[in-house]
Design a protein around this ligand. Structure first.
Ligand SMILES: CC(C)(COP(=O)(O)OP(=O)(O)OC[C@H]1O[C@@H](n2cnc3c(N)ncnc32)[C@H](O)[C@@H]1OP(=O)(O)O)[C@@H](O)C(=O)NCCC(=O)NCCS
Length: 175
């Protein structure tokens, strides 16, 4: 099944990309580093679309959404779920933004919306997340979206998790 996603928040659109986005993907794939070529971008888009086609309700292989700043339509980052590592019990949440967009609450906005989508639409059972030891901003993002800190992982990074019941109970508390 083709799996096109579009999530809108106050400041952002999170969406799957198509071949029509080749220029945005080429310029933003590496965020703060050099752009990739158009043929490389084409390969990345094919890879994402092929992953998305394998995702089904309750089970995600890999979901990679472009983070687009609504005011300017600029591609400013990537956000999604990765369950390509079969050793993982559940998918890993990921988010990354161009550095000139840091410190504005946008990663929290993107990650929170993705979490909502993962439980409400994809019907996932649980999600985990990790932040490198020096990445306090990322640790804070997971705290702010109500993921539960479970301690340090094997590499000394911060490990977080949240399951469906915890998510629903937080939603009820906020409702
Ligand atoms: C992680 C990342 C997305 C953060 O983006 P961001 O948009 O700046 O995050 P937000 O503004 O939503 O929130 C950042 C929070 O961290 C806090 N923070 C930032 N730097 C911090 C530091 N050095 N120490 C403690 N807290 C810090 C901010 O104050 C904010 O918390 P607050 O709202 O309580 O004040 C960005 O740093 C990034 O792209 N990093 C590289 C990729 C990465 O590590 N991804 C995460 C793992 S998948």
């Amino acid at each position: 099944m083709t799996f096109m996603v579009m999530i809108e928040t106050a400041n952002l659109i999170l969406r799957t990309v198509t071949m029509a986005d080749i220029n945005g993907v080429a310029s933003s794939w590496n965020l703060d580093k050099e752009p990739i070529s158009r043929p490389e971008a084409e390969q990345k888009i094919k890879w994402m679309l092929s992953n998305h086609a394998q995702n089904v309700s309750g089970k995600v292989i890999h979901l990679c959404l472009a983070v687009i700043f609504k005011d300017t339509h600029e591609f400013i980052g990537w956000c999604g779920l990765d369950h390509t590592n079969e050793k993982d019990a559940d998918p890993a949440l990921f988010y990354l933004l161009k550095s000139n967009y840091w410190g504005k609450g946008l990663a929290t906005e993107a990650a929170g919306a993705l979490l909502d989508y993962a439980f409400a639409q994809l019907k996932l059972a649980s999600i985990h997340g990790g932040a490198a030891p020096e990445n306090f901003a990322s640790k804070r993002v997971m705290e702010k979206i109500n993921m539960k800190y479970t301690g340090l992982d094997e590499e000394g990074g911060y490990a977080f998790t949240i399951n469906r019941d915890e998510y629903l109970s937080i939603q009820r508390g906020q409702g």
